[in-house]
Structure formats: C-alpha cells, structure tokens
Design a protein around this ligand. Sequence first.
Ligand SMILES: [Zn+2]
Length: 283
Amino acid sequence: MNSSLVNVVIYADHNNFTDGRSGYGIQKITVHHCAGVMSAESIGYLWQNPSRECSSHYGIGNDGRIGQYVDEYDTAWTDSNWVSNCTSVTIETSNCACGGDWPVSDEALNSLINLCADISIRNGLGYLVPGANLTWHSMYAATTCPGDYLRARMQYIADRANEIIGGGGGHKIAEDGLWGVDTTRKAQEVFGTPVDGVVSKQMSWVGNQNPGLLDSTFEWLDYMAGGSLLIAAIQRKVGVSDDGYIGPDTISAMQRWLGTPVDGVASNPSVMVQAFQHWLNQQ
Ligand SMILES: [Zn+2]
C-alpha cells in the first residue's frame, strides 16, 4: 500500500532496506529533514547508492514534489533505531536553506501535511498526535534531525493533517469504549467547542479511577485550574452542574442519558463510552 500523492518512484538499492516489517505493523510516521536543499529525485539517488546503508519510504523536494523509494510494507532504514524503523513510515523533507533552524519551503511543508494525512488514512493511524503517532528522528537518536523549524511545527502539521483526516465532519470514530483523542475531537466538533483533541485541566484522581478515560487526551492535574469547555457542554446536555470537571456525578449522568448501567465509572473498555461514541457517530 503506497501513497497516490507520489510524483516520482525511484526504488532504493536493496542493500539499503529490509523486506517486510519483521512482524511489526505500521504504527506511526517519522519526519526527517535532508540537511540540504534537494529534489524528490536527488533524495532517491542517495538511496540508490548500495553502500549508503540508509533509505526512507518517501522524500519531499524543495518544490513540494513527493518521491517514493521504499514500499510501505518494507522497512526503510531511516530512524537509527530498529524497532522504530519497523513500525514507522518515514519521510525525508528537503530544506529551503542550509543551517540555522533548517527552514522548509511552504510547498514542501504542505506536501508533508498532505502525505502525513494520506499515510494515516490508509494505515488506520487515526488523528495524528505529535510524539505519539507523528514522530521525528531526534526522538530516537542523538541527532538534530529534523531541525528546529520542523520540530517547532509538529502540532501545526498534526492539526492541518487532522483536518484532512477528519474530512471536515461527518466522519465516523471507532466505537471501542475507550475515550481517546478521536473521541475528544469528534465530541468537540459535535458540541461546538474548540477542536484540539484535549480534555483540558481535569483532576488526576478521576483519571486514576477511570481507566477508560485515556491519558492521551485527558490532561490530568493535581489542582483545579478551570476545567474543560467540552465537559461543561456535556454536563449541560446531561443535566448536571457545568463546572467543566468530569467525575462520578457526570459519568453517572452520562450513563443515565445513554441508557447504560449507572456506576459512575468509565472502565477500560467502557459500555458508556462506547454508547457515547455511537451517539457521536449519529450526529
Ligand atoms: Zn533524520
């Protein structure tokens, strides 16, 4: 399975990648920079050198054109980390100037966003979260790659890609009973609160008692800092005080509203969260 966004295919020398994924599945994207101003072709020519011992699945030239060098079902040697290579689709991105914060052209950045969204959609990675399923080279090795310019824009890349992944509403989320980033984003769309994939400023003791509310999307704090606009909107919907903090009362009210057993706890997985996801998908 490869991207239809590709402009040019230049297969890497077989000395520079491994067939298959060694039993692993694709779990994430890893972003790199070229440390140079390059084209989709010139990146590919690097990986054709049989003594290079390096490759990437994709490369983006300074003009935004996209090259493919290794098939996604094979393992490119890009991340300086074997397990990371086996679980990642990797992208080399041309710089538009050398040195400094290693800037990238707007054309290359836009192609990177489109390619990240496409990889996520075809591989079922869901919404992209920097540091989780949208990663970068310096997470895995002592390197400055992908440079400060791209590193500072990971949330922007994720947000723009997630707009494509979400398709501007009407998309379905998994009904798996686990309240993660997808559920938060969908709920934020439905309830009309800012869509950032985060349930802000919640109390950590609630997180400890409710394993179905995932750490990837709930911001757990040890002090009260104002709560979440989304939780307040849900509380108004289910008829409890809209203080913005999820807890046993709000979970019980959601369980009553959704017609699931009322115990005030979101388990892992949770029948209530599953019903909530189902309801969100009907909106
Ligand atoms: Zn790199």
